[in-house]
Design a protein around this ligand. Structure first.
Ligand code: AMP
Length: 283
């Protein structure tokens, strides 16, 4: 496994594989890897000849009051684990390599970027789209892998790929959870033991919603009301949003149907966590 820090080296490395007719799979990450990330890596290994994992804590997707400085980083640990997973390249650029002095170009997916997480993180998806398009240009993947954990991000990136006619297949992989249901996230490391216990309320509220839907309830207001009441009972939790939306336009729905996205963001103490489920209507 090779760790590459510069754009020209990364382009040269994948260029050789492409000339030899090999397909490239890309897994973009911010590092501090967990099983959620590894599920994407394993999918890439299966579907593409060459696997590239990028590790880049992207300044453009953090708001001024967010955790860019404190975001957990451990390249050595990540590298050891990625080598074991059979990854071919880790792309780990410095911020100045991706955004040199005088950088000016940003990508926006209008409308979708303003909904759900976009309301409390106004520049977030602009930063995500910009870095992912840059990574696509640098790595030239045939397939790129993202997690449903960040459902809005996945929907926005699919739209970007479609709108900009990118020759990359965007694959979205299921949410990987801890044994007790908490969705895996690098930010879970911020949680104190009390907060870690309180954080379970996100998954528990989704499970409660699923039970209600399984029993035939379809009114979004009733289901979301139940979720909010449950989260409201957890003293360490503060709701950012709890919504049921259409997967295409991310607009709120009144009636739950197959494919409705139920998504939530909740502060547990100072840490903002997200979770979601796509309604299957299968028992
Ligand atoms: P991050 O390092 O948080 O930017 O995440 C990198 C990629 O891993 C994104 O596509 C995430 O959606 C995905 N990911 C993060 N956590 C999980 C999880 N628990 N299950 C599945 N995918 C995940």
């Amino acid at each position: 496994m090779k760790i590459i820090k510069t754009i020209p080296e990364m382009k040269a490395a994948v260029g050789e594989h492409k000339s030899a007719g090999r397909t490239i799979g890309l897994v973009p990450t911010m590092g501090f890897l967990h099983e959620g990330h590894f599920s994407l890596v394993r999918a890439a290994r299966k579907k593409a000849d060459v696997t590239v994992v990028s590790i880049f804590v992207n300044p453009a997707q953090f708001g001024p009051k967010e955790d860019l400085k404190t975001y957990p980083r451990d390249l050595n640990r990540d590298s050891v684990m990625l080598e074991k997973e059979g990854v071919d390249y880790v792309f780990h650029p410095e911020a100045g390599e991706m955004y040199p002095h005088g950088y000016k170009t940003y990508v926006e997916v209008r409308d979708l970027q303003e909904k759900l997480c976009g309301r409390s993180r106004p520049e977030h998806f602009r930063g995500v789209c910009t870095v992912v398009l840059k990574l696509f240009q640098i790595v030239g993947p045939d397939i790129a892998f993202f997690g449903q954990k960040d459902a809005q991000q996945a929907i926005i990136l699919r739209k970007m790929a479609q709108d900009l006619n990118l020759d990359v297949q965007v694959e979205i992989m299921p949410i990987v959870r801890e044994a007790d249901g908490l969705a895996m996230s690098s930010r879970n490391t911020y949680l104190s033991p009390e907060e870690r216990a309180a954080a379970l309320v996100l998954a528990k509220s989704l499970e409660a919603a699923k039970r209600q839907i399984d029993h035939g309830e379809r009114r979004a207001g009733v289901i979301l009301g139940g979720m909010k009441a449950m989260i409201g009972e957890e003293p360490l939790a503060r709701i950012d949003y709890v919504e049921a939306v259409d997967m295409e336009d991310l607009d709120p729905v009144k009636k739950i149907v197959k494919g409705t996205l139920i998504a939530l963001a909740v502060f547990i103490g100072p840490t903002r966590l997200i979770d979601n489920m796509i309604v299957s209507l299968e028992r």
